[in-house]
Design a protein around this ligand. Structure first.
Ligand code: OSB
Ligand code: MG
Length: 377
């Protein structure tokens, strides 16, 4: 990476918000009815960078949550940087590397620094990080539904909208019959399943039944810490395994690939600690011939801007979990909702950084609390 501007950061603002989802989202770890996150604003050189934490209302996807991350920011991250911070995201990561874990908390600031850096350079973020196209190829992730008919009708309307790939959530006891019904109705679509780590060693034989439905891959069948079981299942299957929760840094990406724990990697910037680490995982996967895509955390229009930028990288060869704003929210916190075209592409914004305008009036209504931290002398 070439040299980045490195202005001095003046202020960091954290705004804890909640906003309703259009409908609840159910996975093997439970239902979420509202988006809970905090927004970050970093200020330097008269410009502002934005981001949000990917962590949700409760620590169910991982040990992080919006409130836990806000605490980590105030208690450990701010004291590590308050004497002075340059806008270079890599310097920020060095300063907080002593804090174990909490990748989403770190990423919430690292990503705002990338947005700000791109703005200071007057460049769209996707160009700064080496994107090779001006759009993301996108699919949709559909939660567990009340019955199979509802699932099938949702799939058919998302396909009509243009989504290139359908992912359905599965869990122990709610799997084969869903896949069978979907394949029956839609024999040729790009189809994947995501278990969010619900299965255990005793399910290995059962999971073999997922072979034979022509799935593009099976996402995260086992808990995040269990690369061994993933490698065992991968050796029993024709279908590729895709790792999500398990891969939280680039060393793990390399080792998971080498031990045969998966043949596809879902990259989420929050989960891995930001944009730099996302690029590192992207590059390592490419070196091994492993395809990647960008995952989603039901982000607001701010987080989505980063996901779209990352999805323009060359080794993003599968459709990403990046859907239109209206799939998540009745009203967005950015002034222009994200949309897809009829070929299932989401186009990057032309402005510098992630290129979104924020609807501050609406955010005021969604605000639970707000804090400001002065940085440097
Ligand atoms: O496992 O990919 C996941 C949402 C929240 C937490 C975990 C996951 C998801 C999704 C939704 O699948 C992806 C999206 O549309 O943002
Ligand atoms: Mg997943």
């Amino acid at each position: 990476m070439t040299s980045l501007p490195g202005e001095e950061v003046d202020k960091i603002t954290l705004i804890r918000i909640k906003l309703p989802y259009r409908e609840y989202f159910e996975t093997s770890f439970g239902r979420e009815y509202e988006k809970h996150t905090y927004l970050i604003i970093v200020e330097a050189g008269g410009d502002e960078g934005y981001s949000e934490t990917a962590a949700g209302h409760y620590p169910k996807y991982s040990y992080e949550s919006a409130d836990i991350d806000a605490f980590i920011v105030e208690k450990y991250i701010i004291p590590s940087i308050e004497e002075g911070l340059s806008t270079d995201p890599r310097e920020f990561m060095d300063k907080v590397s002593w804090i174990k874990g909490y990748n989403m908390a770190k990423a919430s600031i690292e990503m705002a620094l990338w947005d700000l850096t791109a703005k200071l350079m007057g460049k769209p973020l996707y160009k700064l990080i080496g994107g090779v196209r001006e759009y993301a190829n996108v699919g949709v992730s559909i939660g567990l539904q009340k019955d199979i008919d509802t699932l099938l009708s949702k799939i058919s309307s998302y396909l009509e909208e243009g989504y290139q790939r359908i992912k359905i959530k599965i869990s122990r006891g709610r799997d084969i019959e869903l896949v069978k019904a979907v394949r029956n109705e839609f024999p040729d679509i790009l189809l994947t399943v995501d278990a969010n780590g619900d299965y255990r060693a005793e399910d290995l034989e059962h999971l073999k039944k997922l072979d034979g439905y022509n799935l593009l891959y099976i996402e995260q069948p086992f808990p995040y810490w269990d690369l061994y079981l993933h490698s065992k299942l991968q050796s029993m299957l024709e279908t590729k395994i895709c790792l999500d929760e398990s891969v939280y840094n680039s060393d793990l990406a390399k080792e998971a690939i080498e031990m045969g724990a998966g043949k596809v990697i879902n990259i989420k910037p929050g989960r891995v600690g930001g944009i730099s680490e996302s690029i590192a995982i992207h590059d390592i996967s490419r070196d091994y011939g492993v395809g990647t895509w960008i995952g989603g955390m039901l982000e607001t229009g701010i987080g989505r801007g980063f996901n779209v930028a990352l999805a323009t990288l060359p080794n993003i060869i599968y459709p990403s979990d990046i859907s239109a704003s209206k799939r998540y929210f009745n009203r967005e916190i950015v002034t222009e909702p994200w949309e897809i075209d009829d070929k299932g592409r989401m186009w990057v914004r032309k402005g510098s950084g992630i290129g979104v305008e924020v609807d501050w009036k609406y955010i005021e209504k969604l605000t639970v609390w707000k804090k400001e931290y002065k940085i440097g002398g």
